[in-house]
Ligand binder design. Structure first.
Ligand code: NIG
Length: 385
């Protein structure tokens, strides 16, 4: 494959401290060379190449790695959102509304709408993303969601334990048995991960443990939704079981922070969810200061966070979760890669996949400084512009 060079980069964020200044490994006046889909070299501005892209002094960052989405679904919940903005509380029950619409949709419709969202995310600078099932909640419907997701990404997560469906009302343990048995067997071949919504109103600690252990026995990696709507056991369970990531983390106590500080489990914040559900924002400071690894993800879904804008999530993380712009950028790139246990993503260093974003700005701080402005000028995936 011929080489692509992004030249005249005013500020390059590598996320590789040994390549430049500070924790983000910043390099000024650089050229970035891609070959065979990977980063081949970082050179001084002025480098030649078969294909040349002039950054014109602008900032280039690693592509965003979105480690938490529910991209495959049907239906619309704008009215629910409007009611919430008028004071109604958010509840996990809305998942059933999307489940009904998703079950009724054809596979081609699910595939078409998910592909449109994937394209939207790409234009927003997301070069890799994870996709969960979880709006089927019956064997064939969950398998269909996993299959559709697997046509868009390698990072597919089985989330049969997203909610107890109406037909299992009052029989949550029976539903958990289905998830851990027939449903898991049908979905696992299409997935890399298993996830569970560990929360009051969804699945308790015992049920969540059963789901995650069954997934592990089937060869899947572990992820969890935890501490979204209130304090709970999700974070501790995820850390205990060695999950790659525990997501939401809106309500953390001192024990949760201590557990995450010592763990390989990444704490993934989903600030657009707190925005869209009018929840209080978590404070990321104590967690980061304790040494925990953090990520930011969009949680794109029709109920609690219908956005593909990582830039918006970064702005919220700085404004409301008290991260610095550097920490938020790192969390949305390298943090996401760590949450997916991918060492080829989230960095612009020789050998990494050639995923980069040219910003229409002189620095990544503008993602926060100019909220709502579409600053993603160009997205490069695997060295292709
Ligand atoms: O991550 N927490 C559970 N699942 C989604 C919400 C899904 C919905 O409301 O449809 C979330 O916020």
């Amino acid at each position: 494959m011929t080489a692509l060079v992004i030249d005249n980069i005013g500020l390059l964020v590598t996320n590789q401290p040994e390549l430049g200044e500070g924790p983000l490994g910043l390099v000024r006046d650089a050229a970035l060379v891609f070959e065979h889909g990977r980063v081949a070299a970082i050179e001084r501005a002025g480098a030649g190449g078969d294909e040349h892209l002039d950054a014109d002094g602008r900032c280039v960052i690693p592509g965003f790695v979105d480690s938490h989405t529910h991209l495959v679904f049907a239906g619309d919940r704008a009215a629910e959102f409007a009611a919430r903005m008028a004071g109604a509380p958010y509840g996990a029950g809305g998942i059933r509304v999307t489940t009904e619409a998703t079950r009724a949709a054809s596979e081609s419709e699910l595939e078409r709408t998910a592909a449109v969202r994937r394209e939207e995310a790409l234009h927003a600078g997301i070069t890799e993303l994870e996709i969960k099932s979880g709006y089927g909640l019956e064997v064939a419907a969950e398998r269909r969601l996993c299959e559709v997701a697997s046509r868009l990404t390698d990072e597919v997560t089985f989330l049969g334990a997203h909610a107890v469906p109406v037909e299992y009302e009052g029989r949550a343990d029976d539903y958990v048995a289905l998830v851990c048995g027939e449903m898991l067997a049908a979905c696992a071949p299409h997935c890399r991960w298993i996830d569970v919504f560990c929360e009051r109103g969804a699945f308790d600690a015992e049920q969540s443990r059963a789901v995650l252990e069954a997934g592990r026995a089937a060869g899947l990696g572990l992820r969890a939704h935890g501490n979204q709507l209130g304090p709970g056991p999700g974070v501790q369970l995820a850390v205990e079981l060695g999950a790659a990531s525990v997501d939401h983390c809106t309500y953390l106590d001192d024990d949760d922070i201590a557990a995450l500080a010592d763990a390989e489990t990444v704490a993934t914040f989903l600030p657009a969810t707190d925005f869209s559900t009018r929840q209080p924002y978590p404070d990321a400071r104590p967690l980061i200061d304790a040494g925990a690894t953090v990520a930011i993800a969009t949680n794109c879904n029709p109920g609690s966070s219908y956005t593909t804008s990582m830039a918006f999530c970064i702005a919220l993380a700085v404004r409301d979760l008290r991260m610095t712009a550097d920490e938020a950028l790192r969390a949305a790139t390298l943090g996401g890669a760590l949450a997916l246990r991918r060492d080829d993503l989230g960095r612009l260093a020789p050998g990494a996949r050639g995923d980069a974003v040219v910003l229409d700005a002189p620095s990544h701080a503008h993602l926060v400084y100019r909220p709502g402005v579409p600053l993603v000028a160009r997205t490069i995936v695997a060295g292709r512009a």
